[in-house]
Design a protein. Sequence first.
Length: 61
Amino acid sequence: MLHGDWDPHPGRMIRDGLLPNLPHLEYAELERCGHRPWAERHARAPFFAALRAWLSRHAAS
């Protein structure tokens, strides 16, 4: 779960609500980022870097 620290949705609260059903959930908060990290100037590169890293660790070969 990649979440912006300026997102109006409460990322940590959503994560905590999901964890009982998704104990393997990973959470990362992106700085200076709202709700659309892939489109935001300060979060775009960190968002795609985190996404690529996660996919490389979890994608089936």
